[in-house]
Write a protein that binds this ligand. Structure first.
Ligand code: MGD
Ligand code: MGD
Ligand code: SF4
Ligand code: MO
Length: 691
């Protein structure tokens, strides 16, 4: 396909998927925002600078194979033959589960689908999971339990524009999705965040709990809603089940008890509930701050219980939603790259689901493996006697982004074979035995599903540099070398999409009626969209929830402590998150000069009193130490921080990795790591030591 001069597409980064127009100029590619509903002519700094990604100096252009310790350029046949030969040997010696796959929520729907199919059929492995486990899994589990289906926002972003009050629990969209803020301009915001973030600055009410205490807080909010008479009893009776059991738990969470556990004053708790209850249009939204905990699922259930008690979900102008994170964080969890799922958001243990997918794939259901390990457990098992001996990574940089990263690097290093497909030499690619250079965003076609469950077209502007190939071509090339018929792994995104739609038919995330033609004609298609005449479903649950009886479920939850609590040697809680100018592991944004200038290095936010006691001052380097290890970060003294909490962004590599501090604690159901709570101490380091 030749280059074109201009193309309408979407930003390569987050789940908002802002609409953009790319144009090839004499001086390179330029971007401008379009009037797409989520961004309405707005973009954040990352979106404005995204064309720089197409032209980064160390872009991967050739396959690389490790020889004599170094990565050496080779041709594609050599690279793919090397991988296939080594995989064959590992499988012969250790069985199919000795090869693992790690995917990503940034992959297009087509890639995520084909990766899951490749793992189950070409590799025959159960060992596939993806970085969305670190991102969406707690909200997904809670959403499924309450509503019978998990779609980040069950309503379009533009609905928020009519809201009177929006509660944001552990989300900082002013930095993580800036154009979303225009939809919140007229709403009064209630923000729950241990830090006074840019979002909290714009709030009518900021609740500042200690990290890891949201569940106690939201049990208290439910308590107040019921005791003060704000509960919507008609709605509870006609649209929900399970209220009594949930209330039994909340009953003992008196506001004063909640204040002791969370640090949020009783008056602020009452005000939050009153604001939500009195509003004629109110929404409750959660982000990673509430979700990335060893009790993330229960915490989200707590927020959903509150929303249900106030009669919000499934009614026009009201609702609960989770702010999905990665570009295709929504689609990434629907098409079968998750350890326990098959396409269409089907469970891999469900015989009917297996039969349907096996038929689509032209195999017998018995051929499909069962569920595999979750992301952290998969990484943790690498190179052990029971775990995979080879790993293929598509769309993640776990050396920087996985919890307990020091340990994970040891595990990755112990593999017999590490293959990384990427377009930049990420920290994980630098550890690999084989690196495969792939196309990115403006060099390929496909679809993404944004945070509102709307399917979008990614379009190609220009050919990739060097010898880069699409992920679909890579999977095809590997599959045929592993003995699979080539037609099972189409390299045309449109063909893969058509198959994906068939595979999803009848599933929870039903794409059967969606086509590239409909999308290209500008139709706004939100799933489910079961047939060609169906207009798609922008708003879910208006006529009933997705459980067979149509009722939403209250889920009884009880507060519990985080996996670790501050004590003598580790007196503070470190929490982690994001800054505006860097994206995720930074593999992409650290290579964009303008973004790197805006946010060049790791920092630690700390209260002035805490800094003083630790012998720290603004601008000096600190060593932050947890039971796992130490990370170096420049001190930012911030007067609005809690005295018991410090904050570090996780975007930076090497000794600045926040994930050198985070632990292996997981939520028992979603297997979400506890990124938001690690116990630490902080101390000064001599600048000379750092250099
Ligand atoms: N600039 C930028 N934007 C991004 C990304 C990025 O890397 N950079 N990543 C994208 C992705 S994948 C995601 S998942 C989203 C994430 O978007 P957000 O959820 O908004 O991002 P975070 O910064 O991880 O966490 C939000 C807030 O949670 C707070 N927090 C920490 N601990 C707690 C706690 O115990 N309770 C509560 N209530 N809050 C707590 C933090 O202080 C932080 O301000 O952003 C997307 N957008
Ligand atoms: N401490 C701490 N750690 C965290 C979090 C936190 O809040 N705190 N948040 C977690 C969350 S929510 C997330 S989502 C993860 C994200 O962390 P990662 O999974 O590391 O995400 P990225 O940095 O986006 O890595 C994506 C990699 O894939 C490449 N890539 C992008 N698109 C494609 C593609 O189409 N094909 C291929 N083959 N490669 C591609 C990029 O160049 C990059 O190297 O981090 C998690 N880690
Ligand atoms: S908000 Fe997200 S999608 Fe929009 S420009 Fe920024 S990074 Fe891109
Ligand atoms: Mo994420």
């Amino acid at each position: 396909m030749p280059d074109v001069r201009t193309v309408a597409t979407h930003c390569p980064y987050c789940a908002l998927q802002c609409g953009t127009q790319l144009t090839r100029e004499r001086r390179g590619v330029s971007v401008r925002p379009t009037d797409f509903p989520v961004n309405r002519g707005g973009l954040c700094q990352k979106g404005w600078t995204a064309p720089a990604l197409l032209d980064i100096p160390d872009r991967l252009r050739n396959p690389l194979v490790r020889r004599d310790g170094g990565l050496t350029p080779v041709d594609w046949d050599t690279a793919l033959d090397t991988i296939a030969t080594r995989i064959d040997r590992i499988r012969r010696d250790h069985g199919p589960d000795a090869v693992g796959v790690f995917g990503g929520g940034g992959l297009t729907n087509e890639k995520a689908y084909l990766l899951g199919k490749f793992a189950r059929l070409a590799l025959g492995t159960s060992q596939i999971d993806y970085n969305g486990r670190f991102c969406m899994s707690s909200a997904a589990a809670a959403g499924n339990a309450a509503f019978g289906v998990d779609r980040g926002l069950p309503f379009p972003v533009t609905d928020l524009g009519g809201a009177d009050v929006v509660l944001l629990a552990g989300a900082n969209p002013a930095e993580t999705m800036p154009p979303l803020m225009q939809h919140l301009r007229t709403a009064q915001l209630v923000v729950i965040d241990p830090r006074r973030t840019a979002t909290a600055e714009r709030a009518a009410l900021h609740l500042q709990p200690s990290p890891g205490t949201d569940l106690a807080l939201v049990l208290g909010l439910l308590h107040i809603a019921v005791v003060d008479g704000w509960a919507d009893t008609d709605y509870i009776r006609t649209r929900t089940t399970g209220f009594d059991a949930a209330w039994q738990r909340a009953m003992t969470w008196w506001p004063e008890r909640v204040e002791r556990v969370t640090g949020v004053p009783v008056t602020a708790q009452r005000q939050a509930v009153r604001m939500l209850a009195e509003a004629s249009s109110a929404y409750v939204l959660t982000g990673r701050g509430a979700e990335q905990h060893s009790k993330g699922v229960d915490t989200v259930s707590g927020f959903i219980n509150l929303a249900l008690a106030l009669g919000l979900p499934g009614r026009a102008g009201r609702g609960y939603g989770c702010l999905t994170g990665q570009g295709n964080g929504q689609g990434g969890r629907e098409h079968g790259q998750k350890a326990d799922q098959l396409p269409g958001y089907r469970m891999i243990t469900d015989p009917a689901a297996r039969a349907h997918v096996a038929e689509t794939w032209g195999v017998l259901p018995d051929v499909l493996p069962g569920p595999g390990r979750s992301a952290y457990e998969l990484l943790d098992a690498l190179g052990t006697t029971e775990g995979p001996r080879a790993l293929l990574v598509f769309g993640s940089n776990p050396v920087v982004s996985a919890p307990n990263a020091g340990h994970i690097v040891d595990r990755l290093s112990s593999l017999d074979l590490l293959v990384v497909a990427d377009f930049v030499p990420s920290e994980t690619a630098q550890l690999a035995d084989v690196v495969l250079p792939v196309t990115q965003w403006a060099e390929e076609e496909g679809t993404m599903t944004n945070l509102e469950g709307r399917i979008l077209r990614r379009r190609r502007l220009q050919v990739p540099p060097g010898h880069a190939r699409s992920d679909l071509e890579v999977l095809h090339g590997l599959a045929v070398r592993l003995g699979e018929p080539g037609h099972r792994y189409p390299t045309s995104p449109r063909e893969v999409f058509e198959e994906l739609c068939r595979a999803s038919a009848g599933g929870k995330a039903d794409y059967a009626g969606i086509t590239y033609e409909r999308l290209d004609a500008g139709e706004a298609l939100h799933w489910p969209c079961p047939d060609a005449e169906h207009p798609g479903t922008p708003r879910l649950f208006l006529d009933g929830f997705a459980h067979p009886d149509g009722f939403a479920r209250f889920v009884p939850v009880e507060h519990r402590d985080s996996a670790e609590s501050p004590h003598g040697t580790f007196p503070l809680t470190a929490t982690t998150g994001r800054v505006l100018a860097q994206y995720q592991s930074g593999a992409q944004t650290r290579r964009v000069a303008e973004l790197n200038e805006a946010s060049p290095e790791a920092f630690v936010e700390i209260h002035p009193d805490t800094a003083y006691r630790a012998g720290l001052a603004d601008g000096i380097m600190a060593k932050v130490t947890s039971p796992r290890g130490s990370a170096l970060a420049r001190v930012r003294v911030v007067a609005t921080m809690r005295t018991d909490t410090v904050f570090l962004p996780f975007h930076f590599p090497g000794g600045a990795r926040a994930n050198l501090l985070t632990s292996d604690a997981l939520d028992p159901r979603s297997r979400m790591p506890e990124f938001k709570v690690s116990v630490v101490r902080v101390e000064p380091v001599q600048e000379a030591v750092v250099l």
